[in-house]
Design a protein around this ligand. Structure first.
Ligand code: SAM
Length: 295
C-alpha cells in the first residue's frame, strides 16, 4: 500500500464524526498526494493535524469550483496527484467534487475513489427499512413551497414495491420537513431519523412519522446532523384510481375488511376491487407481491 502514488485525481472519503473511520488507504493517499483540495481548509487541517499529515491544502468549494477546478485539471495534466476531500464523508455526495470528476474524465485523467464513511448509507444499513432498493435525494429544497412540491412529486412516482428514500436534513428544518412528510404521505408513514451517526450521541428514531414528530417536539432543542429515511409505499403503475389509495397497502385493507365484515380473503379482495374500481386479479397479484416482500 505504501507504493508510490500514481498520478491522478483521488476522491477521498473522510469520517462523518468518528475519526476512527478514516481508512488506512485514505491516510496513505492524503500523505502522498501533492496537494489536497478541501471544501474547507480549516476543517480538513484539523483532520490532517490529528494524523500528522503535512500535505499542502488548497480550497475547493461550491463558489470557486470552476476556476479552482480548472487550475487543478492543469496540475493533473502535468502528472500531479491531487486528493479531494469534503468536510465529512464522500466528496461529490451533496458536496463538491462531481464537476472536477467530469472535467478530469474529459481530460483523460485517472479518477480513483478511496471509499469510506458516508452518512446516507450508514443510516440506511442500520435503519431497518428495505435496503434492496433505495433512492437518495440529498437535501430537499429549503423553501417551504418547493419542498412540499418535491415531496408531492415523490409521492406520485409509480413504484412496484415499497422503496426507502433517503434525505439529508438540517436540524433547524427537521420539524418542518416531518410536518410536510406527514401531510403528503399520511401519519402512518414509516420513517427513521438517524442523528449524529458515529458520534457519542448517535441515535436512531424509528416509528411512524407522527411518532417521530412527537418525540422530537418534546425536546427542548433539536441538535445534531440528521439523515431522514422514509419507506415510500408501493404505488401501482398504470392502475388508475389506485393513486390515492396507496398509503395503506392492499394486505392491510384486506385484513381490515375481513375483520370488520367477517369476509374471507377472497370475498374481501373482491369487495376491495369493486370499491377501488380495479380488477380482482391485479389486486391479488399486488397482495402476493407484498407478502413476498415480507418474507
Ligand atoms: N458528503 C457527505 C456524506 O458522504 O455523507 C454528506 C455531506 S452533506 C453537506 C452533510 C449532511 O449529511 C448533513 O447535513 C447531514 O444531513 C448528513 N450527515 C453528515 N454527517 C452526519 C452524521 N454524522 N450523522 C447524521 N447525518 C450526517
Amino acid at each position: 500500500m505504501s507504493e508510490e502514488l500514481a498520478p491522478g485525481l483521488y476522491l477521498v472519503a473522510t469520517p462523518i464524526g468518528n475519526l476512527g473511520d478514516i481508512t488506512l488507504r485514505a491516510l496513505e493517499v492524503l500523505k502522498q498526494a501533492d496537494r489536497i483540495a478541501c471544501e474547507d481548509t480549516r476543517q480538513t487541517q484539523k483532520l490532517l493535524n490529528h494524523f500528522a499529515i503535512s500535505t499542502p491544502t488548497t480550497s475547493y468549494h461550491r463558489h470557486n469550483e470552476r476556476q479552482r477546478g480548472a487550475e487543478l485539471i492543469d496540475a493533473l495534466k502535468s502528472g500531479a496527484r491531487i486528493a479531494v476531500v469534503s468536510d465529512a464523508g464522500m466528496p461529490g455526495i451533496s458536496d463538491p467534487g462531481s464537476w472536477l470528476v467530469e472535467a478530469a474524465i474529459a481530460a483523460g485523467i485517472a479518477v480513483i475513489p478511496i471509499p469510506g464513511a458516508n452518512a446516507a448509507l450508514s443510516a440506511l444499513i442500520a435503519s431497518g427499512l428495505p435496503t434492496e432498493q433505495f433512492h437518495f435525494l440529498g437535501f430537499l429544497p429549503e423553501k417551504a413551497g418547493a419542498r412540499r412540491t418535491r415531496l408531492e412529486e415523490l409521492a406520485a412516482v409509480p413504484r412496484e414495491s415499497a422503496e426507502t428514500v433517503i434525505f439529508y436534513e438540517a436540524p433547524h428544518r427537521i420539524a418542518d420537513t416531518l410536518g410536510d412528510l406527514e401531510s403528503v404521505f399520511g401519519p402512518a408513514l414509516r420513517i427513521v431519523a438517524a442523528r449524529e451517526l458515529t458520534k457519542l450521541h448517535e441515535e436512531f428514531l424509528r416509528g411512524t412519522v407522527a411518532e417521530v414528530r412527537r418525540e422530537l417536539a418534546a425536546r427542548d432543542r433539536i441538535r445534531g446532523e440528521f439523515v431522514l429515511l422514509i419507506e415510500a409505499p408501493a404505488k401501482i403503475m398504470g392502475i388508475p384510481g389506485l393513486a390515492s389509495e396507496t398509503w395503506e397497502n392492499i394486505s392491510t385493507k384486506v385484513a381490515r375488511l375481513q375483520s370488520e365484515s367477517g369476509l374471507d380473503e377472497k370475498e374481501a379482495l373482491k369487495r376491495l376491487a369493486r370499491e377501488l374500481g380495479q380488477s380482482k386479479s391485479e389486486l391479488y397479484r399486488e397482495l402476493q407481491r407484498e407478502r413476498a416482500r415480507r418474507k
